[in-house]
Every structure is written in C-alpha cells, then in structure tokens.
Design a protein around this ligand. Structure first.
Ligand code: DX5
Ligand code: ZN
Length: 219
C-alpha cells in the first residue's frame, strides 16, 4: 500500500486556514484530515460543515473526514455533498455500524472505521468487507497535541495482520501523537496513512510536511 500523510487541520491557525492548508499542500501533502467533534461523543466541539464547505473551494486535496460524533449516519450525506472523499466513523458511536458504512459508500465516499485506544481490535473484524480504511486512534480522541500511547504499536500490528489475512485492500491509518521521532515505529508496525496535527502545523508548515513526506516516500 502507498504511504500517505494526512495533516490534521485541527492544529492549524483558523485565522488563516487557507494559507496553512496551501503550505501543507506545497510541502507535498495530498490528503487533509478534518476532525469533526460534537461535544457528545468527545467532550470538545471543533468545527463542522461550514468549515469543510469553505475549504473545499481552496484545494483539490483528498478530504479525509474523521467524524467524532454520535450516530454519524445522520451526517454522512451532508459531508459527502460538501466534498469528503473518505468518511471515517467510530465503531463506538454507531447503532448500526454496517448500515453506516454502507451509507457512506452509497454517498460515493470511501468508508473508514475507527476505534479508540481502549476498544478491542476485535471489534472491527466483522466489518472488514464494508471498509476501505481502518483508523486506529493512538491517543484518546478529543484534542490534538497529546502523547502517542506506546501500546498503540502492538495494536497496529494486530490490525495490520487482520487486514492481511482478509486479503482486502484496506488502508491502515493511525491518528494521534505522531512526530518524526516515532513515525518509523508506526510505519514498521504496518500503518500506511499517517495523521499529524501539531507536528505539521506548529512552526514551518511546508518544511514540516516535506520532512514527513520524505520519510513516507522512502519506506
Ligand atoms: C484527535 C484527532 C487527531 C489530532 C491529531 O482527536 O483525531 O487528528 O488532531 O493531532 P496531533 O498530531 O497533534 O496528535
Ligand atoms: Zn483525527
């Protein structure tokens, strides 16, 4: 599978969001990770449809929408209409996971399924037929800038093995606390899509992105 960087705009400066996105794009990022939080599934509220709609007009990047919201099936169609290319939902947030994933695909998006650090990796097993991507959280969802949970590495290995056994073409994305110091560990364990928020948007965005992309293209 191709290695991909998905910079999370949660760590961008919203005063000049377009400028920050374009800096990441200039640095070689092709995906953009969009963290939507509803204040119910996670304590924080981030942003929603209006922001995604606005930024859709300033870039052609792949929109990797991560819905940290309760019953995300309610909003799949709306985010698809507002330009998501992939929509990821949490197994813990859906009443009917299969129906939710099918709805996302019916809307023309790639379907992703995410699990929080304390959720068993076995909980995704029944859905491998319905997904294009698994998103493994390596921090508790809800905020950026947290430390990578070291037990995540073994979980990446488990899910990577599960995906290989399934024989299906499924991306494995990891989200939370990834920096240049631990990216190799995450990739070696089997991840191929790397989310990075603070490590990209704090400091020189273009240079940070270039550093990540160099590593991802080498492995
Ligand atoms: C956490 C979000 C992450 C987060 C990543 O709830 O899903 O995407 O913004 O940010 P960093 O890389 O700063 O941990
Ligand atoms: Zn995320």
């Amino acid at each position: 599978m191709l290695n991909i960087l998905s910079p999370s705009i949660l760590a961008a400066d919203f005063k000049h969001l377009e400028q920050d996105i374009k800096a990441a794009e200039a640095g070689g990022a092709r995906w953009l990770h969009i963290d939507v939080m509803d204040g119910v599934f996670v304590p924080a509220i981030s942003f929603g449809m209006c922001v995604q709609e606005s930024i859709r007009s300033c870039t052609d990047m792949y929109f990797d929408t991560h819905l940290m919201i309760t019953e995300p099936i309610r909003y799949a169609g709306e985010f698809a209409r507002l330009g998501s290319n992939g929509i990821t939902v949490h197994v813990e947030a859906c009443k009917d996971v299969k129906k939710t994933l099918r709805t996302i695909r019916e809307c023309g998006c790639r379907a992703g399924l995410s699990i929080k650090p304390e959720t068993s990796t076995d909980s995704i097993r029944d859905y491998l037929e319905e997904v294009d991507m698994i998103l493994l959280m390596s921090v508790e969802p809800g905020s950026g800038g947290q430390k990578y949970l070291p037990e995540s590495t073994d979980r990446i290995r488990e899910v990577s093995r599960m995906i290989k056994t399934s024989g299906r073409d499924i991306d494995l994305e990891v989200d939370g606390g990834i920096r240049l110091t631990n990216i190799h560990e995450v990739l070696e364990a089997g991840a191929n899509v790397i989310v990075a928020g603070s490590a990209i948007f704090e400091g020189d965005i273009r240079a940070n992105t270039e550093d990540f992309v160099k590593i991802l293209n080498k492995v």
